[in-house]
Design a protein around this ligand. Structure first.
Ligand code: MLT
Length: 263
């Protein structure tokens, strides 16, 4: 198992494939296995660096809320440990928040940005209160209420479909403490619209056609802010487009990544 220790916290990651480095940050409350289909299909051409975000998968949690800037600094420390100066940085949903936080921390490390089923806006007061309630519920009642509440919103094909079952398995691998810390960390994230407007590098924004959590309007808002960004809608996918429609998603990702090599 590959591990990097950042500020005393051991974090697990995968480093697979050959080619330009691509760092992928997973959604809440999943783990790096959410990118299995991308690594399997595309690691012949790209080097995928896929951490389990702290508190998820095989990574330890650490103290306090899992702020998006904390995830970003963990990811930068991982790139340092691997001697990677810059990488394409991509993230799905919470991973997208963290990718934007990484851009804020050190834009010079980002050779391309991939924002998937995510949004640039911060939570309003109601959203923050909901996250605190969800954090307490995870600590009090465990993961099953989360599986029940989130799964229908995450996967357009529904909980009993193959991607629905795959996502449920990943949610059940999470820990209540990791879930609570991430909910509290997401509530603290700043608005990233100003930062996207300043970003001058290549960008791909992807959204599932049926994404009910961060819908097309959120994706358009991000794509409109970034000069030259590509916006792609994945037909038949919900909020986790890379898992629900991996072939369509991989084609879009591959096309973007290969365009960077020609640039
Ligand atoms: C995710 O998929 O990472 C979450 O739905 C993001 C969020 O709760 O805002």
């Amino acid at each position: 198992m590959l591990t990097v220790t950042v500020d005393g916290v051991p974090l697990h990651y995968r480093d697979e494939g050959k080619g330009p480095p691509v760092l992928l940050l997973h959604a809440f409350p999943l783990n790096g296995s959410a990118f299995d289909a991308q690594v399997k299909a595309l690691s012949g051409r790209y080097r995928f660096i896929v951490p389990d975000i702290r508190g998820f998968g095989q990574s330890s949690l650490g103290e306090g809320p899992t702020e998006m800037s904390r995830i970003a600094r963990d990811a930068l420390a991982l790139l340092d440990a691997l001697n990677i100066d810059s990488a394409v940085v991509g993230g799905v949903s919470m991973g997208g928040y963290a990718a934007m936080a990484l851009l804020r921390e050190d834009a010079g490390r980002v050779s391309g940005l991939v924002l998937v089923d995510t949004q640039a806006t911060a939570d309003d007061a109601e959203g923050k209160a909901r996250r605190e309630a969800n954090a307490k519920q995870a600590l009090d009642a465990g993961l099953e209420p989360i599986v029940e509440a989130m799964l229908p919103k995450l996967v357009a094909a529904g909980p009993d479909s193959p991607p629905g079952r795959e996502v449920a398995t990943l949610i059940r691998e999470a820990s209540p403490a990791g879930v609570a810390a991430a909910q509290r960390g997401m509530a603290l994230r700043p608005d990233s619209k100003d930062m996207l407007a300043r970003y001058a590098g290549p960008a791909l924004v992807v959204v599932g056609e049926h994404d009910a959590i961060t819908p097309l309007a959120k994706a358009k808002e991000m794509a409109d802010l970034i000069t030259g960004a590509r916006l792609e809608v994945i037909p038949g996918a919900g909020h986790l487009s890379n898992q629900e429609q991996p072939e369509r998603f991989n084609a879009v990702l591959d096309s973007f990544l290969s365009s960077l090599q020609g640039a």
